[in-house]
Design a protein around this ligand. Structure first.
Ligand code: NOJ
Length: 741
């Protein structure tokens, strides 16, 4: 459609039809034989009449080519102007092929790998009819108590957030949205959602503008610069005003400063929640606040549908805003080619051939392997020797529930469990015992009841627990090595999964303690969606492989790594805390006036735990052993228009080949505002043959030295800097240089 035709269409629309475009509801309503039953059921709280339902512009949670067609046909059959619906979904870590959860993807430190995962996910989901994906989530995340850190692609680092945000938006959208395999990327959640107080979901966010600009804004900015067509507001308040109605945020920062011209959608029911926040006095005011702030689409509340018309009648300016929003929505539908073909790229035949295709599964497995982080490998217990007797123990050994809490559509059945793959590799006589459940029933019941599901009573649970441990001990006694697969329940991380206890579940710790009495080498494979507290178990095991929730091909990927067919190369994007009391703990903190370099009393430290994190940002081992030496700067004074070349010698002192992520950090020693002890400024992922030596170079330029100064200007200040290079954020070589006036 030409732009002129879109304007004509807009002119033809009634005010009700226009407002409808700005409303999003669940798509189920159009699938029901009996629309009335849904209106009195799921949509009752929205107070939407049937007429209003048939005006809505978009639906969420409908995916599958056939379903999409059914919904679109039903909708269009009753719509006067035949403006197609937009289909929006949460396809967070893949559609049928579940990829590792986002926090894991980030640990690959490989934008190319993330691009490939996103492209497959985008292809699969657009074939299945999705037009918009509520991804990526680029909220900077420093607090492991917050369940949504599992969705955070850049973890605690702004640079990773920026790079990954750009990569994903481009991979979803390509250069033409109507092209096969492409879809709209909706970046979320603007803004600062990762900084909710005490890690409690939906909680308050209060931070200085400098902090916001320095750490939280860059990833959103980069997504916008990459062309993201849609942005979702966050549930939290930002400095006293709910993000969804925050004019400063949406108008001043997002639209004016960052030049965003796409669509702003509220999060689920978030406009209505501004009343509960204590900001809008009633629904009408919430509507006025949201439209004035610039929210184009109201996700899952009846607010716009029920109040926007009155506001338009009262105030021409509001009607103008409605026209602007509808124009944006129609324009996006046009870019997707929906006026020519309302089903988009959905295709029932391709669904059969493309989804879960073997080539993509093989690719997925390789990409998944890059996301694993080897946290410990004492005495090189890994890789496992095939001739050793291995006891497989734990609730994740024979479990396909390893795709994470956002993976609603994935095909979990086809790719086997660790147990299946072991049987394939080393024959049928595998030593296996479950050892324990993931959680005690009491814990599971808390999750079930929060989901409104019936709880379950287990008779004699502690006796059964003891029996499981006893049989695990019997199996373990027969083995040379114990392989333990433990971790969080997949419903313990994700939205509304904040936790004040982030250790392994108690029953799992008990299992480890009992097995430890056998004095056999133990390898722990960890499944989890957040950094967890490992202080009580770490010393009892010889190796720890962090696999997060690795997705469809996870089991195969794990077993190949365990046997050394592939070499782990992931590095943490979030620091692991010593214990939960240390949260939030992150590498790019300030020094304080009394840093903890001694055991003196009046320094900034805890009495009971170290100040450093348990595992630092950027950390991760490999079967290789990399040695960093000979750091060299080509000069130690730099003018503002110059660069400095940093070179470092890296030697792989092992018989294995593998990847290393070489990281460059900078510290600005004195500034008009204090600067962090270290900030990641560049990294390279390089492949080393066994015993290979490489000289790796980085260029330091002026942009790497810029920050938001005391006057809130983004500048580099002359003076002294430190530069660090290493394989993580702690074990680094360092040099100094000066930026001249
Ligand atoms: C609420 C979540 O906060 C958001 O991330 C998600 O995309 C929407 N619901 C839609 O399901």
């Amino acid at each position: 459609m030409k732009h002129k035709e879109i304007l004509e269409l807009l002119n033809e629309m009634t005010i009700e039809e226009k407002i409808g475009q700005m409303v999003q509801i669940t798509g189920d309503v159009f699938l029901s034989e009996d629309t009335n039953s849904i209106l009195t059921g799921p949509l009752k709280d929205l107070h939407l009449s049937k007429e209003k339902v048939y005006h809505v512009g978009s639906v969420l949670n409908i995916v599958g080519a056939e379903k999409v067609k059914k919904v679109q046909d039903e909708y269009l059959s009753k719509s006067r102007l035949k403006i197609p619906l937009l289909f929006m979904d949460d396809i967070i870590n893949g559609y049928k092929i579940a990829f590792p959860i986002p926090i894991a993807q980030g640990c690959s430190w490989n934008p190319k790998a993330i691009e490939e995962m996103t492209e497959i996910s985008s292809m699969e989901s657009s074939i299945a009819g999705a037009n918009v994906n509520f991804s990526p989530m680029v909220d900077l995340s420093r607090d492991a108590r917050w369940g949504r850190v599992m969705e955070s692609i850049g973890g605690e680092d702004p640079l990773l957030g920026e790079i990954y945000a750009r990569t994903m938006v481009k991979a979803y959208q390509g250069n033409r949205l109507s092209k096969i395999g492409k879809m709209v990327s909706c970046v979320k959640h603007i803004a600062g959602y990762g900084a909710v107080e005490a890690g409690r979901d939906y909680n308050t966010v209060d931070m200085s503008e400098r902090e916001f600009r320095q750490y939280y804004l860059p990833a959103y900015k980069s997504a916008i610069e990459a062309g993201a067509e849609m942005i979702m507001t966050s549930f939290n308040i930002l400095n006293g005003i709910p993000s969804t109605v925050n004019k400063w945020l949406i108008q001043e920062i997002i639209r004016k400063e960052l030049g965003f011209e796409g669509i702003i959608i509220s999060d689920y029911g978030a406009i209505e929640e501004t009343i509960t926040h204590g900001y809008s006095a009633n629904e009408k005011e919430a509507t006025r606040n949201a439209i004035n702030a610039g929210v184009d689409i109201d996700m899952m509340s009846g607010i716009y549908a029920n109040h926007l018309k009155d506001l338009c009648l009262e105030n021409q300016e509001i009607e103008n805003k409605v026209n602007e929003s509808v124009l944006r929505i129609l324009t996006l539908k046009n870019k997707l080619g929906l006026f020519e073909n309302p089903y988009g790229n959905s295709n029932v035949v391709q669904e059969k051939t493309y989804l879960m295709n073997p080539t993509n599964l093989e690719k997925a497995k390789k990409l998944t392997q890059e996301t694993f982080v080897l946290l410990k490998n004492k005495n090189h217990v890994l890789p496992l020797q095939k001739n050793k007797k291995i006891a497989l123990i734990g609730p994740y050994i024979d479990n396909i529930g390893i795709t994470g809490s956002w993976s609603m559509f994935s095909d979990r059945t086809k790719n086997g469990t660790i147990l299946d793959i072991f049987k394939e590799k080393i024959g049928k006589d595998v030593l296996y015992a479950k050892g324990c459940e993931i959680l005690r029933q009491e814990e599971i019941n808390k999750i079930l009841s929060a989901d409104g599901l019936p709880t379950v009573h287990v008779e004699n649970e502690s006796q059964k627990e003891q029996e499981m441990i006893t049989s695990a001990l019997q199996i373990a006694k027969k083995a040379d090595v114990i392989l333990l697969a433990l971790g969080e329940h997949y419903k313990q991380s994700g939205e509304a999964c904040s936790r004040s206890n982030i250790a392994l579940p108690e029953n799992q710790i008990q299992l480890i303690n009992e097995l430890y009495t056998l004095s056999k080498p133990m390898v722990l494979i960890l499944f989890n969606g957040r950094p967890i507290e490992l202080n009580t178990v770490e010393e009892k095991v010889n190796a720890i492989l962090e696999v997060w929730f690795p997705g469809t091909t996870g089991a195969k990927a794990i077993v190949e790594i365990l046997f050394g067919e592939e070499n782990p190369s992931g590095k943490l994007t979030m620091s692991f805390p010593q214990n939960v009391g240390q949260c939030p703990v992150y590498y790019n903190h300030y020094n304080t006036g009394r840093p903890h370099h001694s055991n003196l009393r009046y320094v900034s430290r805890y009495q009971d735990i170290p100040t450093e994190s348990f595992y630092p940002f950027g950390y991760g081992l490999s079967y290789c052993n990399f040695k960093y030496t000979d750091m060299h700067l080509n000069k130690h004074k730099m003018k503002k228009n110059e660069t400095i070349t940093v070179t470092v010698k890296i030697e792989n002192q092992s018989n294995y080949a593998g990847y290393e992520v070489i990281q460059l950090y900078i510290q600005d020693l004195y500034g008009s505002v204090v600067r962090p002890v270290k900030e990641l400024k560049a990294f390279k992922k390089a492949y080393f043959q066994s015993h290979e030596i490489k000289y790796v170079n980085f260029e330091i330029d002026i942009d790497m030295l810029k920050f938001w100064n005391d006057k809130l200007e983004y500048v580099a200040e002359s003076g002294e800097f430190k530069v660090f290079v290493g394989g993580d954020s702690v074990n680094v070589l360092e040099e100094k240089f000066e930026l001249l006036k």
